[in-house]
Ligand binder design. Structure first.
Ligand SMILES: *Cc1c(COP(=O)(O)O)cnc(C)c1O
Length: 426
C-alpha cells in the first residue's frame, strides 16, 4: 500500500491554471519588482470588488489597501484610530497573538474580553461591561474595539457594532481567519471602520505572506497608504512629520494574490464542504463535539479551520504519556524558532486527553492542534486588564483543530474521523 501523506491543518493551494505564476512573471517581465505596481493595484481592486458585494446583490463602497502582513494591518488600523501611549483597546482574548500584540507596539494596553459560548467570539455583554468599567476606573473610554472571527466564525456583528456606536468607539475587525465569512449577507471586515485580512501561507488565500485593510472611505485608505510607505510629506526630498512604517505589499506577492482570487470562491466552498462532512461523521462519536455555527441564519462562517471539543472524561489511548516530554519543534512545523523551555507543562494547558489525541493523530499522520490559548492567560499579558467569564479558558482545555482546506479530500475526512474513533478507549 502506498504510504499515507501527512494531512496538514491548512495548506496553500494554487490555481490549476497557474494564474499566480503568470502574474508573478508579468511583474518580472515589466520590472515591477518593488513594493508597489500593477499587481498591487489590481489585487486591491479585486479585493474591494469581493468585499463590496453583498449576498442580496447590493454593493458597498469600501477601499482596500494591501500590506506586508495581517499583523501590519492590525497595527496601522489601530494607529489610524488614534491609539497611542497610555490608551486602552478592548480586544477578544480568545485569538492568535497578532490581534493584540500591535496594541502594545503602540504603547497602549490591551483590555481582554472573554468569549460567548456559541460563536467562541467576543461576548457583547462583557464588552459593554468592560467599556463602562474602564471609563469608571480611568476616566476614559477605550480607543478601539477588536473582535476576531475565530476560525472564521463571525462575531455578533449586530450587537458589537451597536455597542461601539453607542459609545463612539471605532471597531477594527480582525477577519484574518474570516475571509469570505458573512453576517447577514455582508462580508466580515466591512462592518467596522477597518477590517483586517491575512494572506499568510495557511489562510483562506495566500500571497506567501501578506495582508490587507478594508477601509471605510478613500480618506482612511489614503492615511493607511501614507503610514505604510514611511509617512512622507510632499517635497522633492524625504520630509517627515510623522513616524511611518515599511508595510506596503510587494508587487510579486500581489501577483500571487491576484491569481489566488480566481480560487477564493472554490476555497470557501471547499472549507464549508469539509465542515459539513465532519458534522455528519462526528455526530455519533460520543464525547466529541464539533464547533458549529449558531442557528441564526445570518451567520455564514467560512470554516477556515474545523474545531471541536473533547469531553474531559473521554480516555484516549496513550493518555498516560501526555506532557511527559518537552516539545522540541514548533507544533505543526510552524515557521521560525521557538524558545526552549524547562518544563513540559504550564498552569493553563489543554487536558491530558486532548494532548494524547494530538499525539495519536500525529502518529496517524494527521495534524491536530490545540485551539489558541487565550491572551489573558499568556504570561506576557499577566498585568493586562481582563473581563472574563471562563468560556475561552474552558474551551482551551478541551478544544482542538482539525485539518480543513482544499487539500483535504472526503476520503481524508473519513480517515480522520476513523482515527479519532480509534483513539478513544472503549
Ligand atoms: C493570521 C492572523 C493574523 C495576521 O497574521 P499575519 O500572519 O501577520 O498575516 C491576525 N489575526 C489573526 C486572528 C490571525 O489568525
Amino acid at each position: 500500500m502506498e504510504e499515507r501523506k501527512m494531512i496538514y491543518l491548512c495548506l496553500a493551494h494554487m490555481s490549476e491554471e497557474g494564474w499566480e505564476q503568470k502574474y508573478v512573471k508579468e511583474a518580472f517581465d515589466t520590472n515591477w519588482v518593488v513594493p508597489m505596481g500593477p499587481n498591487v493595484n489590481a489585487f486591491e481592486q479585486d479585493l474591494a470588488a469581493f468585499a463590496n458585494a453583498n449576498s442580496d446583490g447590493s454593493r458597498l463602497d469600501r477601499r482596500v489597501v494591501c500590506l506586508s502582513a495581517g499583523t501590519a494591518a492590525v497595527h496601522l488600523a489601530l494607529l489610524a484610530c488614534g491609539v497611542g501611549p497610555g490608551d486602552e483597546v478592548c480586544v477578544q482574548s480568545f485569538t492568535f497573538c497578532a490581534s493584540s500584540h500591535p496594541i502594545t507596539y503602540l504603547g497602549a494596553t490591551p483590555v481582554f474580553i472573554d468569549s460567548e459560548r456559541d460563536t467562541w467570539n467576543m461576548d457583547p455583554d462583557l464588552l459593554e461591561q468592560a467599556i463602562l468599567d474602564r471609563k469608571a476606573q480611568t476616566g476614559r473610554y477605550p480607543k478601539a474595539i477588536v473582535p476576531v472571527a475565530l476560525y472564521g466564525m463571525p462575531y455578533n456583528c449586530e450587537r458589537i457594532m451597536a455597542i461601539a456606536d453607542k459609545y463612539g468607539i471605532p471597531v477594527v475587525e480582525d477577519a484574518a481567519e474570516g475571509m469570505g465569512s458573512r453576517f447577514d449577507g455582508q462580508v466580515l471586515g466591512t462592518f467596522g471602520r477597518f477590517g483586517v485580512l491575512s494572506f499568510n501561507g495557511n489562510k483562506m488565500i495566500t500571497t506567501s505572506g501578506g495582508g490587507a485593510l478594508i477601509c471605510r472611505d478613500a480618506e482612511d485608505a489614503n492615511t493607511i497608504m501614507w503610514y505604510a510607505t514611511q509617512a512622507r510629506d510632499a517635497y522633492p526630498y524625504y520630509e517627515h512629520t510623522a513616524i511611518g512604517y515599511n508595510y506596503r505589499m510587494s508587487n510579486i506577492c500581489a501577483g500571487i494574490g491576484r491569481g489566488q482570487m480566481t480560487v477564493l470562491a472554490d476555497h470557501i466552498a471547499h472549507h464549508k464542504h469539509v465542515q459539513a462532512l465532519y458534522e455528519q461523521l462526528l455526530k455519533d462519536v460520543p464525547g466529541v463535539t464539533l464547533h458549529c455555527q449558531p442557528a441564526d441564519p445570518r451567520y455564514d462562517a467560512n470554516f477556515w479551520l474545523c474545531a471541536a471539543t473533547l469531553d474531559a472524561d473521554v480516555r484516549i489511548k496513550g493518555q498516560e504519556n501526555a506532557y511527559k516530554e518537552v516539545i522540541k519543534t514548533a507544533v505543526g512545523g510552524a515557521a521560525g524558532v521557538i524558545k526552549a523551555v524547562e518544563s513540559a507543562t504550564t498552569d493553563c494547558q489543554p487536558n491530558d486527553n486532548v494532548e494524547a489525541l494530538r499525539m495519536f493523530m500525529l502518529n496517524k499522520k494527521v495534524e491536530c492542534r490545540p485551539v489558541w490559548k487565550p491572551m489573558h492567560k499568556q504570561p506576557v499579558y499577566k498585568d493586562a486588564p481582563a473581563y472574563v467569564n471562563g468560556v475561552s479558558e474552558a474551551i482551551f482545555k478541551v478544544g482542538f483543530c482539525l485539518p480543513a482546506g482544499p487539500y483535504v479530500s472526503d476520503d481524508d475526512v473519513r480517515y480522520i474521523v476513523a482515527c479519532i474513533k480509534e483513539a478513544i478507549e472503549a
